[in-house]
Design a protein around this ligand. Structure first.
Ligand code: NAD
Length: 251
């Protein structure tokens, strides 16, 4: 019997998989057996090397998720390049920091377009293929700000709280049709997204002081959760938001 975490023969599309958490998850999925398609704005050559080193096929698609209309094309290109499509990891995301009093419409729209609008239309495009094919796995990347308010990140908090709600809604609609929709809520991970926080001595000390594990997360720390939610091991898991946070929410 095949191991329940085995992803041999599966194809995973990871948005924004050229760096950071997306890269960590793409490599972990490849190590579990999946072929990987990365869609995003920047070259994913480094991820490609790691995927091929794990013995899996790698494909790249150029896409800018500030325009949600590209979702259908990205899914169609995934199937055209890789031959099938089983797992979607909605990872691409951005953040804008500003006081709520000074927050601009552009700060709002730019973040919402990538983090929640494109995410929804990618889920829709994916499920339109997965349901007739008998099922699939969708993993949305949420945040601690799916649970908490945060500060100076109004659109990010709105988008990530939306990701948690949308994950549950889609699970309600699609669980009976073989599609698992779940989310991973990473805690504080050392990536480009958090570079400003890591560089701010005071905020860095405050954040580290609250993490029971006593360190920032490394992108590889997300691998196990991604493989679990992408594999048969999670077939009866629907609509959950799985925190991988070094214990942050427990404090
Ligand atoms: P990152 O900035 O290193 O990576 C973000 C990725 O999204 C990059 O590949 C980038 O090119 C891609 N992207 C952004 N805008 C895009 C667009 N318009 N079109 C196509 N691709 C686009 O940051 P990260 O920390 O790896 O973030 C990955 C995800 O994890 C994001 O959704 C982020 O909100 C979330 N997250 C990160 C942390 C953390 O601590 N780093 C915590 C919680 C959630």
């Amino acid at each position: 019997m095949s191991h329940p975490f085995n992803l041999d023969g599966k194809v995973a599309l990871v948005t924004g998989g050229n760096t950071g958490l997306g890269q960590g998850m793409a490599v972990a999925l490849a190590q579990a057996g999946a072929d990987i398609v990365v869609a995003g704005r920047s070259s994913a050559a480094e991820t490609g090397k790691a995927v091929e080193a794990a013995g899996r096929r790698f494909f790249e698609i150029t896409a800018d998720f500030s325009d949600p209309a590209c979702a259908d094309d990205v899914v169609a290109e995934t199937v055209a390049k890789a031959g099938s499509f089983d797992i979607l990891v909605n990872n691409a995301g951005i953040i804008r920091r500003n006081d709520a009093l000074d927050f601009t419409e552009d700060d709002w729209d730019s973040v919402m377009d990538v983090n929640i609008k494109s995410l929804f239309f990618l889920c829709q495009a994916a499920a339109r293929r997965m349901i007739p094919a008998g099922g699939g796995k969708i993993i949305n990347i949420a945040s601690m700000l799916s649970f908490q308010g945060g500060i100076r990140v109004a659109s990010y908090t709105a988008s990530k709280s939306g990701v948690a709600g949308l994950t549950k809604l889609l699970a309600n609609e699609w669980a009976g049709q073989g599609v698992n929709v779940n989310a991973i809520a990473p805690g504080y991970f050392a990536t480009n997204n958090t570079a400003a926080l890591q560089a701010d001595e005071e905020r860095n000390a405050q954040i580290l002081g609250r993490i029971p594990a006593g360190r920032w997360g490394d992108p590889a720390d997300l691998g196990g959760a991604a493989v679990f939610l992408a594999s048969a091991a999670s077939d009866y898991v629907h609509g959950t938001v799985l925190a991988v946070d070094g214990g942050w929410l427990a404090r």
